[in-house]
Design a protein around this ligand. Structure first.
Ligand code: PGA
Length: 265
């Protein structure tokens, strides 16, 4: 399944969770996806599960959580875009804050990874987000825009790109920014995208991530320039994830694409 721009996108991130037996969750998630035609549904899986998941759940957009910037070579423990594609993956997260922290990844590294994904025909979900101190200093918008501009490959056609705003302090904490704060950052990310990639990037989907659940997804998915959500903990079980998919379907009835309505001249 290849997602189409201008539809809502709900992506689960299983992080380092999941054994083959947990793939049974994909049946329920796939059913919800089929029942919600205005929503694309993806899951970023541990590398070991990409191949069986792509076989088991063709209706879902299956992807990876990270990628190396080179197609092959002496990089023990790494997984390339070519390998993800070969296993049936269609996208990869890039620059998730847990990867940025664990691998001390710079924006330059993330840009190289995004370029590698693009060359292999994988979509990239490039993640950005501020830490708590930056938010407290009132610098979140500036920091996140700079992070995005430094992470995007030059001249990238927007069709392969998704951007996720994930404030680090909101991930796995049960805390989220206010709806105004999310809307402000997403507007800034849209401006940065257009500055770098031009008007075609009005269709690039901007996801919010960080403690998304069935309790808060509805109001988040109704914000301008929020085209979907990236969901960690609540995506591990179909019982937690499928209500979010349904809420995205309901939000989609508000219009095909918030971004175009709000950003077009
Ligand atoms: P969370 O994680 O939904 O558990 O906060 C989101 C993420 O890290 O992508």
């Amino acid at each position: 399944m290849e997602p189409k721009p201008q539809r809502r996108l709900v992506v689960g991130n299983w992080k380092m969770h999941g054994l083959r037996r947990d793939l049974s969750e994909l049946a329920g998630i796939g059913e919800a996806a089929a029942a919600c035609p205005a929503v694309d549904v993806g899951i970023a899986l541990p590398a070991t599960l990409i191949l069986p998941a792509a076989d088991a759940a063709p209706a879902l957009w299956i992807g990876a959580q990270d990628v190396h910037s080179r197609p092959s070579g002496a990089f023990t423990g790494e997984v390339s875009a070519t390998m993800i594609r070969d296993a049936g993956g269609r996208f990869t997260l890039i620059g998730h804050s847990e990867r940025r922290a664990a691998g001390q990844e710079s924006n330059t590294t993330i840009k190289a990874k995004a370029e590698a994904a693009r060359q292999e025909g994988l979509s990239a979900i490039v993640c950005v987000g501020e830490d708590a101190a930056t938010r407290a200093d009132g610098q979140a918008e500036r920091a996140v825009s700079a992070q995005l501009l430094d992470s995007l490959p030059e001249g990238a056609a927007p069709s392969w790109l998704v951007i996720a705003y994930e404030p680090i302090w909101a991930i796995g904490t049960g805390r989220t920014p206010s709806t105004d704060e999310i809307a402000d950052i997403h507007a800034a990310l849209r401006r940065a995208c257009v500055e770098r990639l031009g008007d075609p990037s009005l269709t690039v989907r901007l996801l919010y991530g960080g403690s998304v659940s069935a309790a808060n997804a509805s109001e988040i998915l109704r914000l301008p320039n929020v085209d979907g959500v990236l969901v960690g903990g609540a995506s591990l079980r179909a019982s937690g994830f499928t209500p979010i998919i349904r809420l995205a379907q309901n939000a989609a009835h508000l219009g095909p694409n918030n971004a175009q309505k709000d950003s077009a001249p």
